[in-house]
Design a protein. Structure first.
Length: 405
C-alpha cells in the first residue's frame, strides 16, 4: 500500500509523464513506427530509417540545447510548450501523404520531445533523493511500455501510421494534468533543493564539458548504443538464424515486456542492501553479457530465456545510470543532457550494428557489443570515482563548520 501511495504521488507522476508519457514515448513504439513508415509511404527500410533519424536528431539537439540552462528557465511553461510541439507535430504526420512532407512535422515533434525529456530529468535531479525517484519513475515507465506493447499493434494493424500517431497523441493529452504540476526551480526548497548556486551565461554550457559531466554522458551514450545494436537484430536472429515462428517470437517479446517490471522492483529491493556503485557495475556487466549471448547463441531455449532476462537487466541498469547521473549534478543539467545522449545512441547504433554485421557477421556484432560494454564500464568507473571524491570533499568542508558551531 505504501509503495502504491508513493507511485501515485505528484512527485513521481509528474516526471513519469514528462520522461515516459512524452519524452521517450516514440522510442517505446519505435518498431511499430518504423514498419508504419514503410507501409504508409511505400518506402524502403533505409528511407524509413532516415525518417527515424530526423526525429531522433531533433530530439537529441533539443535536449542538449535546453539541458545547460534548464535550471534558469520557467519549467512549467517549457514542458507545456514542448508537449504542444509534440502533439502538433504528430497531427502534422497524420495529415501528410508522402515521406518528403513528413520531415517537417517529425522535426517539430522531435524538438518537443527533447525539451520535455530534458525538463523531466532535471526535475528528478532536484529532488531530495533522485536515485530513489528514478527507480519509481522507471517502474511506472515499464508499466506504460507493456501497455503500449499491447495497444499499439491493434491500432497499427488497422490504421497503419495514423494509428500509431493517434496512440501517441492520446497518451500525451492524458499526461497533461500531471504536467501541470511541474515544479519550478524555486519550488524545490529545503532538502530537495540544490545546494549549489545556479551558474549563468556561458558557464552553464561549459559545465557539460567538465570531465564528470562528459563521463556521465559517455556512460549513457555507450550503454544505449550497445543495447540498441542488439535490439535492431533481435528479431532477425530469432526468425532467420534460429527458426522461430513469428507467433512464437511475438510471445517471447510479450513476456520480455512484462518482465521489464522486475528491473526497477529488483533495484528498489537491492538498493537497500547494496551500494549503488556496485549495482551499477553489476548491471553493466550482466546486461552486456546477456545481449552478447543473444547475438551468439544457437539454442532456441537459451535465446528465449536470455531475451526475457534482458528486459529485467536493462531497466535495472537504466535506473542505476540515471540515479548515479543525478547525483553528479543536483541542478539537473547532466541528466537533462543524458536524455539527448539516449537519442544520439539510438541514431548511432543502427549504423554501427550494420557495419559490424557487414564486417564480420554476428561474430562482428558480438565484437561491437564487447567494445561498447568495455567503454560503458570505463566511463562508469570514472563517474563513480569522481562522485565519491566530490562527496568526500563536501563532507570535509562540512566537518570544520560543524565543529565551529
Amino acid at each position: 500500500m505504501k509503495i502504491f501511495e508513493t507511485l501515485t504521488s505528484k512527485n513521481i507522476l509528474m516526471p513519469f509523464a514528462a520522461i515516459y508519457g512524452i519524452g521517450l514515448a516514440p522510442l517505446l513504439v519505435l518498431p511499430y513506427l518504423f514498419s508504419a513508415y514503410i507501409t504508409s509511404f511505400s518506402i524502403s527500410e533505409s528511407a524509413a530509417g532516415l525518417l527515424v533519424t530526423y526525429n531522433l536528431t531533433a530530439m537529441c539537439l533539443a535536449a542538449f540545447a535546453v539541458a545547460p540552462v534548464v535550471h534558469r528557465l520557467p519549467r512549467r511553461p517549457l514542458v507545456l510548450l514542448g508537449t504542444a510541439l509534440a502533439v502538433l507535430g504528430n497531427i502534422g504526420v497524420v495529415m501528410v501523404n508522402d515521406s518528403a512532407s513528413v520531415i517537417l512535422p517529425l522535426l517539430l515533434s522531435g524538438i518537443g520531445y527533447g525539451v520535455v525529456l530534458a525538463v523531466g530529468n532535471a526535475v528528478v535531479a532536484g529532488y531530495e533523493d533522485p536515485e530513489k525517484t528514478f527507480d519509481r519513475v522507471v517502474l511506472l515507465g515499464t508499466v506504460l511500455f507493456i501497455a503500449l506493447l499491447v495497444l499499439t499493434p491493434q491500432f497499427a494493424s488497422r490504421f497503419a501510421l495514423d494509428g500509431v500517431m493517434l496512440v501517441l497523441i492520446a497518451l500525451h493529452l492524458l499526461c497533461l494534468p500531471w504536467l501541470m504540476a511541474t515544479p519550478e526551480q524555486r519550488d524545490l526548497v529545503g532538502e530537495g533543493a540544490s545546494v549549489r548556486p545556479p551558474q549563468v551565461g556561458k558557464r552553464s554550457y561549459l559545465f557539460l564539458l567538465t570531465p564528470l559531466s562528459l563521463a556521465v554522458l559517455a556512460m549513457v551514450l555507450f550503454y544505449f548504443i550497445r543495447d540498441t545494436m542488439i535490439w535492431m537484430y533481435a528479431e532477425r536472429i530469432g526468425v532467420h538464424r534460429l527458426g522461430f515462428e513469428p507467433g512464437a517470437l511475438g510471445f517471447i517479446f510479450g513476456v520480455h515486456g512484462a518482465t521489464s517490471l522486475l528491473g526497477p522492483l529488483l533495484l528498489i529491493w537491492a538498493g537497500k542492501r547494496f551500494g549503488r556503485s556496485a549495482l551499477l557495475i553489476f548491471g553493466i556487466l550482466a546486461s552486456g553479457g546477456v545481449t552478447l549471448a543473444v547475438s551468439q547463441t544457437d539454442s532456441q531455449w537459451l535465446y528465449g530465456g536470455l531475451v526475457i532476462a534482458w528486459s529485467t537487466l536493462h531497466f535495472f541498469t537504466y535506473s542505476c545510470l540515471m540515479g548515479v547521473g543525478s547525483v553528479a549534478d543536483k541542478q539537473g543539467r547532466v541528466v537533462a543532457a543524458a536524455g539527448g545522449a539516449v537519442m544520439a545512441a539510438n541514431g548511432i547504433a543502427p549504423v554501427v550494428a550494420g557495419y559490424s554485421v557487414e564486417w564480420g557477421g554476428y561474430a562482428g556484432l558480438g565484437a561491437g557489443l564487447v567494445l561498447f560494454v568495455g567503454l560503458t564500464l570505463i566511463s562508469a568507473l570514472y563517474v563513480i570515482y569522481r562522485v565519491s571524491k566530490v562527496a568526500e570533499d563536501a563532507q570535509d568542508e562540512a566537518s570544520p563548520q560543524a565543529s565551529e558551531a
